[in-house]
Ligand binder design. Structure first.
Ligand code: C2E
Ligand code: MG
Ligand code: MG
Length: 444
């Protein structure tokens, strides 16, 4: 019984492992392990029930069996997973027609209990090699390759290579490190000034997370946010940043710099988190910050995917006096029409437009259009990534109100901000126009 799958009558995982062990013992290396996993099979079970799901699995098994040559094995590995063990395969090129035939086999629908069902599958392949010692190893590699194929979409296949397991290992290490970093409070918040371009006064800051790794230089978010976004760790870390930023803002307000605003990034994952509003309310209560001086930055993708829900959520935030900014504007897919019905306050023009802006060129026109549009919609515009005085002049001419970039300052710690701004003002008040001094100081 343990060598056969009861539902499909195909050989079982145990059987396949035994055959693989025999192959390895015989010193054979011209084999291939082809791992197949149906795409979104749960949808079938969920919408049609397990009985239909089971019949579909039987139909898939039958169709796959047509591709078997004498001596090869097709096993059912788990719920919607199948695996071929093929003999005498000399490299990837020899395998190609087989893989194509399998994938094409899914082009035709399956008819199950009068329902016509379409299904696709992803395939991961491990080619035989003398490095394999245990039967589980090629299976694991094929599974890793299958995971990679899934990341590319439905109906894809991928052949395993060593780089891939290295990448997987790095990825797993990163995930563990980040979890540990949260527990050890290694995330710190930096602040980048946002400046009024006409007066060159600092009007507020953007909070940007940094990772103080125990044995590395400060790690920038580009390296770890995508991973946290996938694992969901961005939700607690994002709240931590929000809390630190609100505490800092509250402290600065209490020292008399009452006009300052604080911008905090919200990732898509945070934006769709069901506890978002409750979490924000808790931070507001704990830090006693004035919510009217808080701005939350979301990207276009957060609103495009589910506009109705996003509108409702932003209205909730707005009813708490919190302002909403669209970050990296111009890089996503939100239509200008959509913006019009979306209750936002600010638009941040993405750095990619700003850093190539020159009178007369295409980016100049893009920026010009965004500013004109924003004026009509009564949105404030913030230019990101300002690095040169030429860009500053261009933006001033176009009537862009606010800017942020290395020209003024890099993101700094709260203590550095205080030191620099307090430096030229003996009265202890907030020296908003210290921006020129700031640039000198930082030698930018
Ligand atoms: P962003 O929100 O668009 O932030 C602006 C990024 O541009 C920051 O990078 C900032 O350091 C960088 N930048 C500012 N001025 C210049 C300039 O003149 N030249 C250049 N080349 N870059 C400039 P950073 O801090 O590495 O953050 C990257 C992104 O990571 C942020 O882009 C934001 O999307 C995300 N991020 C950062 N902190 C957080 C956070 O606490 N939560 C979430 N969800 N995302 C965050
Ligand atoms: Mg931002
Ligand atoms: Mg941005």
């Amino acid at each position: 019984m343990i060598f056969q799958d009861a539902l499909t009558t195909l050989p079982s995982r145990t059987f396949l492992l035994q055959k693989l062990a025999e192959v390895l013992q015989a010193g054979e290396s011209s084999f291939a392990v082809v791992y197949l996993d149906c795409d979104r099979f749960k949808l079938v079970n969920g919408s049609f029930g397990y009985a239909i799901g089971n019949q579909l699995l039987i139909a898939i098994a039958e169709r796959l069996q047509h591709h078997l040559r004498p001596g090869d094995v097709l096993a059912r590995m788990g719920e919607d997973e199948f695996c071929f063990l093929l003999h005498q395969i000399d490299g990837a090129i020899a395998l190609e027609p087989f893989i194509q035939a399998i994938l094409r086999g899914f082009d035709t629908s399956f008819v199950v209990a009068d329902c016509e069902l379409f299904m696709t599958a992803c395939i991961g392949i491990a080619l035989g090699s003398s490095v394999y010692q245990q039967p589980e190893e090629p299976l694991q590699d094929a599974d890793t390759a299958m995971y990679k194929a899934k990341l590319r979409g439905k109906g894809c296949y991928q052949i395993f290579d060593r780089q891939m397991s290295l990448a997987m290992l790095n990825r797993l290490t990163l995930e563990n490190d980040l979890q540990r970093a949260l527990e050890h409070q290694e995330f710190v918040t930096y602040y980048q000034p946002i400046v009024n371009l006409q007066t060159q006064n600092v009007v507020g800051f953007e909070a940007l997370v940094r990772w103080q790794h125990p044995d590395r230089d400060m790690v920038l978010p580009g390296e770890f946010i995508p991973c946290m976004e996938e694992t969901g760790l961005i939700v607690p870390v994002g709240m931590l940043v929000l809390k630190q930023a609100c505490q800092q803002l509250r402290a600065w307000h209490q020292r008399g710099w009452t006009q300052l605003t604080m911008s905090v990034n919200l990732s898509v994952r945070q934006f769709t988190c069901p506890t978002l509003l409750a979490d924000i309310d808790r931070v507001l209560a704990e830090t006693a910050v004035n919510p009217a001086h808080l701005k939350l930055e979301i990207t276009e993708s957060a609103i495009v995917d589910n506009a109705q829900k996003a509108i409702a959520l932003t209205e909730q935030l707005r009813s708490r006096q919190i302002q909403i900014s669209i970050d990296d504007f111009g890089t996503g897919y939100s239509s200008l029409g959509q913006l019009h019905c979306f209750p936002v306050n600010n638009l941040k023009i993405d750095r990619s437009f700003v850093n190539q802006i020159q009178a007369g060129n295409r980016n100049y026109q893009v920026v010009n259009t965004i500013i004109t549009l924003s004026n009509q919609l009564e949105l404030a515009v913030i230019a990101e990534g300002l690095e040169t005085t030429q860009q500053l002049q261009c933006l001033q001419q176009l009537g862009c109100e606010f800017g942020q970039g290395y020209l003024f300052s890099k993101p700094l710690t709260g203590a550095e901000i205080e030191r620099i701004y307090l430096k030229s003002d003996r009265s202890g008040g907030f020296n908003q126009s210290a921006i020129a001094i700031l640039s000198d100081f930082l030698d930018l």
